[in-house]
Design a protein around this ligand. Structure first.
Ligand code: ADP
Ligand code: MG
Length: 392
């Protein structure tokens, strides 16, 4: 029987589990992430907390390690309005609610009493169901749960894990770690897994493995180029590789090798589904200036730009960096403008960055693409920087 030829969309999967391009990475302590998660799942009585930046492979890691039939997936968004924890989970696994069994007993009870009873019954049944069936609760995007819910979920879980209930909480760094990681009741009962951002050498492997599966050659140098542009994001790497395949029509054509002439086109093509125009407008316009006109600078490309526009331009410059100091930005700004006697000083650059941060802070999550802290400006959304570099 001849094996079926793989097509590019099976191999490069930016939005799903990448069966053919899955890369195993080492965590900081030298153990694979998969191994760490397996070990953690083996210790009963602990709660597993996975933290990592967006799109770094937290969900994919769980999918890799835990067989589908053991997974029970819920999202923090299911608890955005204070929904009852056990109620949501029992519904998820299709268990009858406690209330449906206690109905007869409740007739003479006060309402409060019956509520508590219903809750305990639901909880007990859910825990028993999980233990008997060897299920693992994966509570993804915990940061979407309301603050109240996060606290309440933490206390429900504290009790449940003692009874062998297996649970994994997945969240973004800084955001939702307090109710879990800084919870005194949970100290000593946590297994912590921090997913680091991807190194270039790790990102490269996605391209090499994937094109190899498609029987297409790719040099180390080209894989390296794509990895640099992927800005620490395995998802971006998968997207760019898929764009290359689409542009070259590799599924139907006779492509034998990836050459560098396709790269720029593929980067630009990859941005066609990214829409950061509103974010870009917000930060390059800056706050409303009251009457006073902002100084303009002439750039080498002949445009007149104020400092807000220049700071944004500086982020997009080479080499792509996910973290820059004020001096980095100042140097880049200076290189962009023609009149070197009129360079904006360090303090002005710093004020501009601070103002940009203020504008972002007041906005929805989609705008939170940058973070100014510890005297550094960090790009927290790699797709945004990619858009700045190739999407305009
Ligand atoms: N270990 C991996 N190997 C290859 N690609 C990966 C890996 N982890 C993540 N990816 C790619 O990144 C995408 C986003 O991963 P995901 O797990 O959804 O991120 P997160 O849950 O951290 O936001 C995946 O759909 C996949 O394309
Ligand atoms: Mg996820």
């Amino acid at each position: 029987m001849c094996s079926q030829k793989l097509i590019s969309s099976d191999v490069f999967r930016p939005c799903n589990f990448p069966e053919h391009t899955y890369i195993t990475r080492e965590s900081k302590d030298g153990i694979d992430y998969e191994q760490r998660l397996k070990l953690a799942l083996n210790i009963s009585g602990t709660l597993i907390s996975i933290i990592g930046a967006s799109k770094m492979g937290k969900t994919v890691l769980c999918e890799k390690v835990i067989p589908l039939e053991r997974q029970v997936n819920v999202s923090g968004a299911d608890f955005s309005n204070g929904e009852d924890f056990w109620h949501v989970i029992s519904q998820k696994v299709g268990l009858p609610l406690g209330g449906q069994i206690t109905e007869k007993k409740q007739i003479s009870d006060t309402e409060q009493h019956s509520k508590t009873e219903m809750f305990t019954l639901t909880k007990d049944r859910v825990i028993k169901y999980f233990v008997d069936n060897n299920k693992v609760l994966i509570l993804d995007d915990f940061h979407y749960a309301s603050d109240e819910s996060q606290k309440s979920i933490a206390s429900h879980l504290k009790d449940a894990i003692r009874r062998d209930f297996r649970a994994i909480i997945i969240s973004l760094p800084h955001r939702a770690d307090a109710p879990i990681r800084k919870n005194a009741d949970l100290v000593g009962r946590l297994s912590l897994i921090d997913i680091e951002t991807w190194k270039i050498s790790e990102l490269k492997e996605i391209a090499i493995k994937g094109f190899n599966e498609l029987d297409i050659k790719i040099s180390e140098d080209i894989a390296n180029d794509i990895a640099v542009e992927s800005l620490t994001s395995p998802q971006l790497m998968q997207y760019i590789c898929l764009s290359i395949c689409t542009l070259l029509d590799t599924d139907n054509g006779e492509t034998k090798e990836i050459t560098s002439d396709i790269l720029e086109k593929a980067y630009k093509f990859t941005t066609s589904n990214l829409d950061y125009r509103d974010v870009l407008t917000l930060i390059s316009r800056g706050p409303l200036s009251k009457g006073k006109k902002r100084s303009k600078f002439t750039t080498k490309s002949g445009e007149e730009m104020d400092l807000y526009q220049l700071v944004v331009e500086s982020l997009a410059e080479n080499p792509p960096l996910m973290g820059l100091t004020i001096d980095d930005i100042k140097d880049r700004v200076n290189k962009l403008i023609t009149d070197t006697n009129n360079n904006p000083d360090r303090q002005k650059v710093k004020n501009t960055v601070t103002q940009i941060q203020k504008l972002i802070n007041d906005k929805d999550d989609i705008y939170k693409v940058l973070e100014w802290k510890d005297e550094m400006i960090y790009i927290i959304d790699p797709l945004f920087l990619f858009y700045l570099r190739w999407g305009r």
